[in-house]
Design a protein around this ligand. Sequence first.
Ligand code: ASP
Length: 411
Amino acid sequence: MQEKKKLGLAAWIFIAMLVGIVVGVAASGSEGAVTIISTYIKPFGTIFVNLLKAVVVPVVLISIICGMISMEDVKKVGSVGWKTIAYYLCTTAVAIVIGLVAANLFKGFFPVLETADVTYEAKSANFMDTIVNIFPSNMWSSFFNANMLQVIVIALALGAGILVTGEKAQPVVDFFNSLNDVVMNVMMGVIKLTPIGVFCLMADTVAVNGPKIISSLAIVLAVAYLAYLIHLLGVYSFTVKTMGNLSPGAFLKGMAPAMIMAFTSTSSVATLPVTMDCSKNLGADEEVSSFVLPLGATINMDGTAIYMGVTSIFIACCYGVDLTLAQMATIIITATLASIGTAGVSGAGMIMLAMVLESVGLPVAGIGLIVGVDKIFDMGRTTLNIVGDASCAIIVSNWEKKAAAKKAAAK
Ligand code: ASP
């Protein structure tokens, strides 16, 4: 019965996306229709994303704390933690390599663009600043500003504090567990609105971005999407099958609602509630995924990493720069770090791209070349980002299950 209901929501989300595309395409020819969509339909999409963002800070904070509490000892948290981080880092590095290889293969097709009038004000994205900013000086301001890396640090500290305190912390444990149930129910309520949100966002994106903006940068977009697809169908299918014991087809089918949500909202953090729901339905252990997924939505960005690799090569080509192998290696390292520092919100990857370009001496103003289509890059990279998170939840759940079975057998 419940299975049927879940399927219903996924189908509705898909239908909503298709209807959104049709409405967007129909409207894109007429300025009046585009204005109507932007003025009256988009706001409902914005309301939906706002609602999701509103539940995200409590969801991340409480689910990480409860995930840690349910693991019962700091050792288990450490065991899940290092496996998660190792998986995230490895897949991200592979992602950039795929991006770099794809872009190098196709760079002969990149158009020589007019670079003289490029204007783009890059915000500063200094690596050391990124590290310092992870650590909050005031817990409440981290919550107010929804600074997710800081929220994660707070959650990890509180979770560890509770575990170390032991029995005396029981009232706090009960409080967080009860609050977790409440927040999850609120979140499920918001998720039910997904089809409406997806329709409104999709119709607006298609209507506003229309086909004309895509055409001039079609090749670099195609290369990025090709790399996204290779990573999705190659890397994740492989890892989920071999390490997660799940067929790639079932995995992608189960992830479809979250993928559509990520594609339309371009925010991993806003998609987090749907990602959690899909992973649960795919059999990921709740105590593992409540730790792995919020962490992943903030630090694991394989799609963003691919985007950084592809666009770096593209921008280099546009400026007539031929990157050396050493510079490519630098891109792999900085893009891994930059993708970790990228916030899981719409457009954040483009700001962090400045750091990657700077690291190899490319003009940051080159971002101006792609800013017009960044939204389209973002749709694909966000989708890949959340699929990567979910693959980790499934794989680490499987590892933990196996480890527990081994332990039980040894007793
Ligand atoms: N929008 C992406 C995400 O939320 C981040 C990025 O801009 O690359 O995952």
